[in-house]
Design a protein around this ligand. Structure first.
Ligand SMILES: [Zn+2]
Length: 213
């Protein structure tokens, strides 16, 4: 099961090009085409939205969290970056894992208490999956780098709120760009993006099962 997340929607247009292209529309168009291709590869694919709505981050995550062994892929088109390049991201938490308070050195402050509210715990949901998400992001990025020349060879760690509440491997893919690429060129990225997702997932499965033995 692959849960594809066309980012933004509704009043949240995402990035906007001078040509009037809105990220929210392009990512939906790309997600639909990616779904079509991945379905032909015998993947089950769900979209977090299939219209101009804007579900909350938690609603989007809940769709993936309802399935065992799902993969969550959030799709973005940026306003910056070299046109025709693509990047895969995994989430990077801005706060360290809460640890028992051990003060070291002069002026050390006691560590903050672990989060007490369920909301804070929910926002840590991705943490146990970060290593797998990182591996998947690297595998997808290696493939993207082949199809989109000028793209980095490794994935990027960044605080990505869309991934944070997902209890599955979760990666964001960002394509450049709404202002530097034509709508047709952006739509045409769906094929190589779908291939990169499929190759990344199958490579991840192989390395995971080899590691278990
Ligand atoms: Zn975006």
């Amino acid at each position: 099961m692959i849960v594809l997340d066309p980012a933004h929607g509704g009043t949240d247009t995402g990035a906007r090009g001078e040509n009037g292209v809105a990220e929210k529309d392009i990512v939906l168009q790309i997600a639909r085409a990616v779904r079509e291709q991945l379905s032909r590869d015998a993947y089950r694919v769900l979209l977090t939205r299939n219209d101009d709505s804007n579900p909350s981050y938690d609603d989007r995550a809940a769709l993936a969290n309802a399935y065992r062994d799902a993969i969550f892929i959030s799709l973005h088109v940026s306003s910056t970056g070299t046109p025709g390049t693509a990047r895969a991201y995994y989430d990077q938490f801005s706060t360290p894992i809460p640890q028992p308070s051990v003060a070291t050195g002069p002026g050390a402050k006691p560590a903050a208490a672990p989060p007490a509210s369920s909301l804070a715990v929910w926002e840590q949901a991705q943490r146990p999956y970060l290593d797998t998400s990182h591996r998947l992001a690297d595998l997808i990025q290696a493939d993207l780098a082949q199809s989109f020349s000028g793209s980095p060879s490794a994935s990027i760690a960044a605080p990505v709120r869309a991934l944070r509440s997902v209890t599955e491997p979760a990666v964001a893919i960002e394509i450049s760009s709404v202002s530097g690429s034509t709508p047709d060129a952006l739509a045409a990225t769906a094929g190589p993006v779908a291939a990169a997702i499929a190759h990344g997932i199958s490579a991840l499965r192989q390395t995971s099962s080899a590691g278990v033995k």
